[in-house]
Design a protein around this ligand. Structure first.
Ligand SMILES: NC(=O)c1ccc[n+]([C@@H]2O[C@H](COP(=O)([O-])OP(=O)(O)OC[C@H]3O[C@@H](n4cnc5c(N)ncnc54)[C@H](O)[C@@H]3O)[C@@H](O)[C@H]2O)c1
Length: 336
């Protein structure tokens, strides 16, 4: 039998990918709720420094395992029992995906398949992080969870990330239906905040670092593509609430901010907020990524479904996120 606990009961939870950007904020939040947290991360894109202050402060309730997740699940972790698992481990970032589609596809599908095998065998509630990329290049704005999805051709490796995450969703929904396991899937839209790095093609940290160092802010394409940015600190408190809510089980939800901004506007906002004199430079997509790279003109979530089951009102402003990212970049010497 599967037992679902309330979001406030003390639990022993696993966060996969917990030393990554979103994962480390989730770990922080779960510790604040009083839970005991295990993290498994192979540090492929995550950084141990994201967890170090938490490991020092909560040495009795936080443990870190440096391992590939699927290897750990069939090895040392095979007998582990948890009250809940938050599965965030994935190959992430447009640049990483375009540069290494094989690892993207294999990582995303194999890790999710392995974690689903573990939770269904032991009846553990599971949260799966999916992505707005799953909508592909649909132009039906705002994106609703039941909207059709439209991918580009398989010759464009960019879509491999979206397809791998769509397969993860199919797998999660099928396991929830067949085994009755409480599984919740959230499609994160562009999530931003402290600890995010620009290395793998994330636009906001790249702009902040460029603005701080006086380098040009590089806008890909004509910059008129629009996106919705949500601070990670508005996202993570919702995840345990979703897992504890039976109305969320076996379903997919959009999660993000529904306020749109073009990339040109974002570049100007970063420059103005940080008082930077950096230029704004346009780079063709072919040069930025790969010949034939396809991008979306607009991406925005329909938040109706999540708001039917939970209160969800993002409150951290983009200006605040930019300031907080800049403060950390300064501390890390990230402006070089
Ligand atoms: N940041 C966003 O805007 C965004 C948007 C949509 C979806 N997501 C999803 O949210 C989740 C977290 O993304 P993030 O932005 O924090 O990226 P991230 O790269 O910081 O985090 C991913 C983590 O997974 C780890 N990982 C990768 N492969 C692994 C493996 N085989 N075994 C163990 N650990 C592994 C990485 O080292 C990293 O710590 C991902 O599932 C991603 O697809 C993020």
């Amino acid at each position: 039998m599967v037992l679902t606990m309330t979001a406030s009961e003390s639990q022993h939870v696993l966060v996969t990918g917990g030393s990554g950007f979103i994962g480390s904020h989730l770990v922080d939040h779960l510790l604040q709720l009083g839970h005991r947290v295990d993290v498994v991360d192979d540090l492929s894109t995550g950084r141990l420094s994201n967890l170090e202050p938490l490991l020092s402060k909560h040495s009795d309730r936080l443990s870190f395992v440096h391992s590939d997740l699927s290897a750990w699940l069939v090895g040392a972790g095979s007998g582990s029992r948890f009250d809940a698992i938050y599965h965030l481990a994935a190959a992430v970032g447009v640049k990483l995906v375009v540069d290494d589609p094989i690892s993207t596809i294999e990582t995303n599908i194999m890790q999710t398949s392995a974690v689903l095998g573990h939770v269904t065998a032991h009846g553990i509630p599971l949260f799966i992080a999916s992505t707005s990329e799953v909508y592909g290049k649909s132009d039906s704005i705002p994106f609703h969870e039941e909207s059709d999805i439209t991918f580009g051709p398989t010759s464009r490796s960019r879509w491999s990330y979206a397809c791998s995450k769509a397969i993860d969703e199919y797998l999660g929904l099928a396991h929830a239906k067949r085994h009755g396991t409480p599984i919740v899937i959230a499609r994160f839209f562009n999530t931003v905040g402290p600890r995010q790095v620009g290395t793998y093609g994330m636009v906001l940290p790249s702009f902040v670092h460029a603005a701080l160092s006086g380098r040009p802010l590089q806008v890909y394409g004509d910059g008129e593509q629009s996106r919705c940015f949500c601070d990670v600190r508005d996202i993570v408190p919702v995840l345990p609430k979703m897992l504890a809510n039976v109305e969320c089980h076996g379903r997919v939800f959009n999660l993000g901010n529904d306020h749109s901004i073009t990339i040109n506007e974002l570049a100007r906002l970063v420059r103005d907020t940080l008082g930077s004199t950096s230029d704004i430079e346009k780079i063709p997509y072919d040069e930025a990524y790969a010949p034939g790279f396809e991008d979306l003109v607009a991406r925005a979530p329909d938040l109706g479904r999540i708001r039917e089951v939970l209160e969800f009102a993002p409150s951290v402003s983009l200006v605040q996120t930019i300031r907080d990212l800049a403060a950390i970049a300064d501390l890390e010497g990230g402006a070089s």
